[in-house]
Design a protein around this ligand. Structure first.
Ligand code: NAI
Length: 330
């Protein structure tokens, strides 16, 4: 039986892996995978890692020295993996799609909460404060939803937006064939959209796609949603745009420096990140801790596909979910 090292384990990660796995000896580590913890994988043929593991050149070398030959990401994004450094050392696998619905539905949950101020109403009514002052929202019907990145999640987001009667504008340098929505240049999308939702990967081109300059191009009163990767937004620039009132609200499931705090309970530790503290304290910002993927269906698919990826690798089969260098869009 092959041994697999499973890094950054949380209780919810184990639910489906425990139920579906009958062929690997899985060693669960709570530690994140870093150059320092890679040594834990000694004796493992493969490792499983996640979005905030630090899979740089040193970690890859550490895993290679420990005898690991395959690294299976239990997620879609791999911006935290030095794909070039892994060449000739580790085979890299991923789960390209596990539930685009989970992520798009969460993006919409953030939008609906922000727009209709459900988070404020919830707190008020728990205190028997039934006042409606300050709770005015807007109809989403006939408002414009700007979707940046029209891959699997972006397309579900568009479908949901259409269900609400929203007009759709989209931007993607790799457009889909025969879309039933309009592609426009990024600048036009920024100018026209009432809600802007990010669904593109983090690459050199998309790093801080929303920054001082691009945020200034957005429509006054726009709402920003980010369920993709934190580094797509310059958080300080976003904070300024929120402070000035130019941006009406932000729903963030990801944050630039999330690796320091997300997925952990740091409630009894002073948070050192001033920008995060200021964002968290704003009533028109909702932050969730990279939980958009967290549905039962998505966790099932993650476990199922990760185990199949490992099966195919160890059986010497073709690897449909391999991350190869150079990456398609890096
Ligand atoms: P996908 O690969 O199906 O779609 C990504 C789309 O972005 C593609 O159509 C691509 O052409 C487009 N794109 C590439 N460069 C672009 C650019 N410069 N500007 C605009 N669009 C660009 O990926 P999928 O499954 O839709 O996921 C999107 C992102 O969502 C992932 O990269 C990941 O970062 C994030 N994600 C977040 C999760 C969460 O729990 N918050 C869970 C899963 C994914």
């Amino acid at each position: 039986m092959k041994t697999i090292g499973f890094f950054d384990t949380k209780p919810y990660d184990k639910i489906w892996f425990e139920q579906l796995n009958d062929r690997y000896n899985i060693r669960y580590f709570e530690h994140r995978l870093t150059p320092e913890t890679a040594v834990l994988a000694k004796g493992c043929e493969g490792v499983v890692a996640f979005v905030n593991d630090q899979i740089d050149k040193d970690t890859i070398e550490g895993l290679y020295q420990a005898g690991v030959s395959v690294l299976a990401m239990r997620c879609a994004g791999y911006n935290n993996v030095d794909v070039k450094a892994a060449q000739g050392k580790l085979t890299l696998l991923r789960v390209p799609a596990y539930s685009p619905y989970a992520v798009a539905e969460h993006a919409f949950a953030l939008l609906l909460t922000l727009n209709r101020k459900v988070h404020k109403a919830y707190i008020r009514t728990r205190d028997f404060n039934f006042s409606l002052n300050g709770l005015i929202g807007m109809d989403l019907h006939q408002k414009t939803l700007g979707v940046i990145g029209t891959g699997k999640i972006g397309q579900v987001m568009i479908d949901i937006g259409k269900g609400f009667g929203m007009k759709i504008l989209a931007y993607d340098p790799y457009p889909i064939q025969n879309p039933d929505f309009s592609y426009v240049p990024l600048s036009l999308l920024l100018e026209e959209s009432d809600v802007i939702s990010l669904h593109c990967p983090l690459t050199r081109e998309t790093y801080q796609l929303l920054n001082h300059e691009t945020l200034a191009q957005t429509k006054k009163g726009a709402i920003i949603l980010n369920t993709s990767r934190g580094k797509l937004i310059d958080s300080e620039a976003l904070l300024e745009a929120l402070n000035s009132g130019h941006i009406k609200g932000a729903g963030l499931d990801v944050y630039e420096e999330e690796a320091e705090v997300f997925f952990e309970d740091v409630s009894d530790t002073p948070v050192q990140d001033e920008v995060l503290s200021l964002l968290v304290s704003r009533p028109n910002v909702i932050i969730t801790s990279h939980q958009a993927f967290l549905t039962d269906e998505a966790l099932f698919h993650i476990a199922e596909v990760t185990l199949k990826n490992l099966d195919d690798f160890f059986a010497g089969k073709d690897l449909e979910n391999e991350i190869r260098y150079p990456t398609k869009k890096s």
